[in-house]
Ligand binder design. Structure first.
Ligand code: HEM
Length: 246
C-alpha cells in the first residue's frame, strides 16, 4: 500500500477528506441558494430560466459539476465508512449505551441520520429538477429557454413534496450546525482566537441556508397561484420583501 493510500484510508485521512469535501459542498450551497433567489423575481420565471440555461450549458459550470459529483460521492462514502468503523470500535453498540448524550451534542451524534435524510431528499430533488432539466422535454418560455420555472412552481404546489423539502432543510440546517465547525476543527483551522468566530459563523450559515432554501417551496405553496404569481392574500411583509427584491 502506498503512503498516499495508507494516509487516505486512515481514520484521520478519511476525516480530512470529509472536511474538505464538506466545506467545498458549503460553497456549492451558497451559489445554488443565491442563484435560486431568481425564483422570487416577479417576471414569470424568465430570469430564473436564463440562469438555469446558463448553468446547464456553460462548459466551465459543466466541468465544475463533475467536481460536485465527486465531492458528494467522497463525502457520503467516507461518512458511512467512518460510522461503520466507529460502531465496530464500540462492539456494535449504539452511542446511547456510552451515555454520550452527556458529553456530545445531539447533532454531532446523529450526523449519519441527518445525512441520510438529506441523501433521500437529494435523490428526489435531482430526479425531479436536474434530470428533467437535462434529459426531459420542457416547454420553452417566451425567451425560448426551457421553462424550468413552471416545473418548480408546479412541484411546490404539491403539499407532500413541500413537506419533504422543509423536513430536508431542517436536517440540512442541523447537519451544517455541527459540520461547519467540525470541518474547520479537523483541518486544524481552529486557533483559540478564532474558535468563537468559526462557531458563530457556522451557526449563522446553517440557519441562513436552511431558512433560505425552505422559504422557496413555502413561498410558492402559501403565497402564489399555479402560475407563480403572488396572490393578494400574501401578508404585507411578504409583498414588501418581494417589491424590495425586484
Ligand atoms: C428548496 C430549494 C431548491 C430549489 C428550488 C432547487 C432547484 C434546483 C434546480 C431547478 C436544479 C436543476 C438546475 C439545472 O440543472 O439547471 C437543481 C439542481 C441541483 N440541486 Fe437544487 N434546489 C433547491 C435546494 C437544494 C439543496 C438544499 C441541495 C443540497 C443539499 C440541492 C442540490 C442540488 C444539486 C446537487 C443539483 C445538481 C447540480 C447542478 O445542477 O448544478 N438543491 N436544484
Amino acid at each position: 500500500m502506498s503512503w498516499i493510500t495508507k494516509t487516505l484510508t486512515s481514520s484521520i485521512g478519511r476525516k480530512i477528506l470529509m472536511s474538505t469535501t464538506g466545506l467545498f459542498l458549503c460553497t456549492f450551497l451558497v451559489v445554488h441558494l443565491v442563484g435560486n433567489l431568481q425564483l422570487f423575481r416577479n417576471d414569470h420565471g424568465l430570469a430564473f430560466n436564463v440562469y438555469s440555461h446558463f448553468m446547464g450549458t456553460n462548459p466551465v459550470i459543466r466541468t465544475i459539476e463533475w467536481g460536485l459529483v465527486l465531492g458528494f460521492g467522497v463525502h457520503i462514502y467516507q461518512a458511512y465508512v467512518l460510522a461503520a468503523k466507529n460502531k465496530k470500535a464500540r462492539g456494535g453498540q449504539p452511542y446511547v449505551s456510552n451515555h454520550s448524550e452527556q458529553n456530545s451534542e445531539w447533532t454531532s451524534r446523529n450526523m449519519s441520520i441527518l445525512g441520510t435524510v438529506i441523501l433521500v431528499f437529494m435523490i428526489v430533488h435531482l430526479y425531479n429538477f436536474f434530470w428533467r432539466a437535462r434529459f426531459g422535454k420542457l416547454v420553452p418560455d417566451t425567451n425560448n429557454n426551457d421553462d424550468l420555472y413552471t416545473l418548480v412552481v408546479s412541484s411546490f404546489h404539491n403539499v407532500p413534496y413541500v413537506l419533504l423539502y422543509v423536513a430536508a432543510q431542517v436536517a440540512l440546517g442541523y447537519h451544517l450546525w455541527h459540520g461547519f465547525r467540525s470541518g474547520f476543527q479537523t483541518l486544524g483551522l481552529n486557533h483559540r482566537k478564532y474558535m468563537g468566530l468559526i462557531k458563530y459563523t457556522g451557526y449563522a450559515f446553517s440557519v441562513a441556508v436552511a431558512a433560505g432554501f425552505a422559504a422557496m417551496p413555502l413561498y410558492f405553496l402559501l403565497f402564489t397561484n399555479e402560475k407563480g404569481e403572488i396572490t393578494s392574500q400574501a401578508p404585507a411583509f411578504v409583498q414588501s420583501l418581494l417589491v424590495a427584491f425586484n
